[in-house]
Design a protein around this ligand. Structure first.
Ligand code: FA5
Length: 319
């Protein structure tokens, strides 16, 4: 450092050579360069000696115990939501559905209008919406974070003719206060089947089969009337509680009712079919939408939906 460093004696001599006259510069330059070479060679030699000494010492004195166990490799695992989504999709794929995905930032037209929820319709209040500050250039259409996976019903039907049998997993967003059963972002799995001659019996049969595959062969299902503007008739589907066997009393999972609601469903509204140009005299269909986090809560006995995205490894490592 003292001689060869950036401010070392020798470096300063070399830097100041320009101030000497020609004759002095030649002699001093040659001497300084010679001194620099000598010092650099000595330094390299000494460094090598020290390195050799270190290697010699480690070869004779340090021991490597090859019998010590290695560090365990920690295997990753799937998030409980991902596991449920995969199970749901597998159940429907086995029944002939294909899996498709769609955009999470969506036009008003797909999230609402083509689902028979025009601007100003009171049913818009069913979905507390996160609007995006962007409009199409004509100022006609607004964008939003999709509030459900149902917009994919219209997108899929616009792109193909029947028969349609699709299942749509994906993330959705709502302007909602969180509590033990509500997140502001969560997942849904949408289903849609449209063909010549599909009836409510097909809806019931398909969803019944799904419930048995997902929750066990002894499950019973219950359909009750519900309202969604894009289906008619609309239903909610419940299964008998697998924790108490449907008895109800004193059960935490079904809160004493004996039934657990797992999804909304119904026959696709003719206005939705007409909106994408399908022949409503010929085609009918059914649709449904379920929340995998809620199903995971039931299956794994999770008491608060907010655990899912808190990124606490103590929670996630249990699955
Ligand atoms: C819908 O979103 C409809 N699109 C479902 C549908 C599709 C009906 C096709 C008919 C035909 P809903 O808002 O009820 O409906 O939500 C569907 C499911 O998402 C609920 O059953 C529930 O499992 C889940 N879900 C709804 N809100 C939340 C929330 N804040 N946090 C977690 N899961 C939720």
């Amino acid at each position: 450092m003292a001689y060869l460093g950036r401010r070392g004696h020798l470096t300063l001599v070399l830097r100041n050579l320009a101030q000497l006259d020609m004759e002095q510069r030649r002699t001093a330059g040659a001497q300084a360069n010679q001194a620099k070479r000598t010092l650099e060679e000595a330094l390299a030699r000494r460094t090598q000696e020290l390195e050799d000494a270190r290697l010699a010492m480690s070869a004779t004195q340090e021991r490597l115990d090859v019998t010590l166990p290695g560090y365990p490799v920690t295997g990753g695992r799937l998030h409980p939501t991902t596991r449920i989504i995969r199970e749901v999709c597998e159940a429907f794929v086995a029944m002939g559905f294909s899996v498709v995905e769609g955009p999470e930032v969506e036009w008003d037209r797909y999230n609402f209008e083509l689902l028979n929820i025009p601007k100003g319709h009171p049913a818009r209040d069913m979905w507390n919406t996160l609007w995006v500050d962007y409009q199409d250039p004509a100022g006609q259409q607004s964008m939003l974070l999709r509030t459900h996976t149902s917009p994919m019903q219209a997108r899929v039907m616009e792109s193909q003719q029947p028969p349609v049998r699709v299942i749509v997993p994906g993330k959705v967003y709502r302007y909602e206060a969180t509590d033990a059963t509500h997140e502001w972002h969560f997942h849904q799995v949408e289903g849609l089947a449209v063909d010549d001659g599909i009836t409510f019996a097909d809806l019931k049969g398909t969803l019944y089969e799904f419930a048995r595959r997902m929750f066990g062969s002894e499950r019973k299902v219950r359909f009750r009337c519900d309202y969604f503007p894009f289906v008619e008739p609309g239903v909610d589907m419940s299964i008998d509680c697998f924790a108490c066997g449907g008895k109800g009393s004193g059960c935490r999972i079904c809160r004493d009712s004996g039934w657990i609601e797992i999804m909304g469903a119904g026959m696709v509204h003719p206005k939705v079919l007409a909106g994408v140009g399908y022949d409503t005299a010929k085609y009918t269909g059914f649709a449904f939408g379920l929340g995998p986090e809620r199903i995971a809560m039931l299956k794994y006995g999770i008491d608060d939906i907010r655990h899912f995205y808190a990124n606490d490894l103590r929670f996630l490592r249990q699955f």
